[in-house]
Design a protein around this ligand. Structure first.
Ligand SMILES: [Zn+2]
Length: 68
């Protein structure tokens, strides 16, 4: 798991059959830790793959440019 290609396997373990990512909690945590490591910048984080949608892993896209 790296910042360029973060993957959180089984972050939504047990949840399947949904049509959109349900890992908003992981997304929020990721956002919080980025804010922390960057010294207060806010980054947009999107989940591109989600176990709950049938993908093998949960994968997150992090915008390189802070939004604030
Ligand atoms: Zn997920």
């Amino acid at each position: 798991m790296g910042l360029d290609d973060p993957q959180v396997p089984l972050c939504c373990w047990g949840r399947t059959g949904v049509d959109k990512p349900v890992c908003f909690i992981s997304t929020g945590l990721l956002q919080e830790s980025l804010k922390w490591v960057s010294g207060g910048n806010e980054f947009r984080v999107n989940e591109s793959k989600c176990v709950a949608m049938g993908d093998a892993v949960c994968e997150f896209i992090i915008q390189k440019e802070p939004i604030s």
